[in-house]
Design a binder for this molecule. Structure first.
Ligand code: SAH
Length: 228
């Protein structure tokens, strides 16, 4: 597995709740990607949530972080990671770093992660935590991620952690042929369908992977700036 995580799973106080979380992902949610499960058993999720709610970090739900955003539910992190079918050599674009938790999971299962976040405070926090944890295979940018990250394109995979009204064209254009993107798409801002897009020679193929609820994707190829 790539990149180190400093804390030892066997000695930190949250080792047991973390293991229980992973067991539930496997037994109840039927996540079968062993590499994704192993990564989630290594990343100290409690460090990615506000200190006051650390004790809830391994529960089966999304939690508030700062700037009105959320850290995704563990199941959603596992599912999106699994849908990308990463084997370890990929360069992955992530849109919406948020807490940086999904970024850490991706950085353990892929070779390199390019993570874009539009809110400067979140981008700065995620970057300092991930560097402190020992990750050296992540690049960070504060920008509108619906434009992708042209200078590092093409990517083997793209993960969008916020829900948009449609598939942003620049993100499809920045995928290699055969590359996969997972993105929540919905016509209202509160609920979406998780969609997996596979880039083909002539365009792309789309699969629906079930309902989900994400914070809005705000940007040029997402929702408008002042919509709530
Ligand atoms: N996987 C993250 C989810 C964070 S919530 C986690 O578990 O912590 C989604 C994030 O997407 C928010 O931080 C929000 O600010 C960000 N976001 C929304 N629109 C964006 C855009 N156009 N570009 C980059 N980030 C965006």
């Amino acid at each position: 597995m790539n990149a180190p995580v400093q804390s030892s799973n066997l000695t930190d106080a949250f080792a047991l709740p973390r293991l229980r979380m992973v067991e539930k992902l496997k037994d109840f949610y039927r996540i079968a990607d062993e590499r994704a499960l192993e990564a989630m058993n290594r990343v100290p999720r409690h460090l990615f949530v506000p200190e006051a709610i650390q004790s809830q970090a391994y529960k089966d739900n999304a939690l508030p972080i700062s700037a009105g955003q959320t850290i995704s539910q563990p199941y959603i992190v596992a599912r999106m990671t699994e849908l990308l079918e990463l084997k370890g050599k990929e360069r992955v674009l992530e849109v919406g770093s948020g807490s940086g938790y999904q970024t850490a999971v991706l950085a353990l299962v892929a070779r390199k992660v390019f993570s874009v976040e539009r809110i400067p405070e979140l981008a700065a926090n995620a970057k300092s935590l991930l560097l402190w944890l020992g990750f050296r295979n992540i690049s960070f940018k504060t920008a509108d991620g619906t434009e992708g990250w042209e200078s590092y394109a093409p990517f083997d995979a793209v993960l969008v952690a916020a829900g948009g009204p449609e598939i942003p064209k620049p993100l499809v254009d920045q995928l290699i042929v055969g590359g996969k993107m997972v993105i929540p798409i919905g016509s209202d801002q509160k609920s979406q369908i998780l969609v997996r897009v596979t880039r083909t020679e002539t365009g792309f193929m789309k699969e629906d992977c079930g309902p989900c609820a994400f914070v809005p994707l705000i940007g040029e190829h997402g929702w408008g700036e002042n919509k709530k």
